[in-house]
Ligand binder design. Structure first.
Ligand SMILES: [Zn+2]
Length: 205
């Protein structure tokens, strides 16, 4: 599998053609590939075949507790804490993923996928892990967890299949006014995330 796109000067290129101002975070093509491969490998390991991916069950299989929290600070939408040596503060678990209470269903799903990305990409052996997700953070591992979240909830092969179906099916086109709405409904993600994924896989237009 290879990714056709890349960010140059804030513009996302597909096969050399400028598509639009990019919403896709800048990561090297090599790193993007590593993250896409890790997400796919995880889905295969877990025996996931269909969509929408039941992300909550997947993290529970890894012994994560998923909690809704009322983050006082409005900018925090989720967090992950892993400490194999002791319980996470105020809990009786070693592995916790928390999502903001006020978030809707699709956004909560995405945050769980994002936090799983930190666990699979950034957890170093034996070291406790702690990360919180702010809405406008630019720490370097945030774009990586974001890409992982998109890749695991919207796998590339499934996206290509869905786009082919939408383009050849008038009923689907009538039922959903845009391809991003169709992808959002099919993969159980927000339309905004669907659009970024369509863009980074060069599936728009
Ligand atoms: Zn994060």
């Amino acid at each position: 599998m290879s990714l056709k796109g890349g960010v140059v000067m804030g513009v996302w290129l597909c096969g050399g053609r400028v598509k639009r101002r990019s919403h896709v975070p800048e990561l090297t093509a090599e790193r993007r590939q590593v993250i896409e491969d890790r997400a796919n490998r995880f889905l295969v390991e877990q025996g996931v075949v269909g969509v929408p991916v039941d992300i909550k069950s997947l993290v529970k299989k890894l012994d994560f507790r998923v909690k809704e929290l009322d983050f006082r600070d409005n900018r925090t939408t989720g967090m992950i804490a892993v400490n194999e040596n002791e319980w996470i503060e105020n809990t009786d678990t070693h592995r916790l993923i928390a999502v903001g209470k006020q978030l809707g269903h699709e956004r909560s799903r995405f945050i769980i996928a994002h936090e799983l990305g930190h666990y699979l990409l950034h957890k170093t052996q034996e070291q406790p892990l702690f990360a919180r997700r702010d809405t406008d953070t630019n720490r370097s591992d945030e774009p990586e967890a974001e890409l992982f979240g998109r890749a695991i909830l919207m796998p590339k092969d499934k996206m290509e299949e869905a786009v082919r179906y939408f383009k050849s099916n008038e009923r689907a086109q009538k039922a959903f006014s845009s391809i991003s709405k169709f992808i959002g409904a099919l993969f159980d993600v927000t339309e905004k995330k669907a659009l970024v994924r369509l863009e980074e896989l060069c599936l728009l237009g």
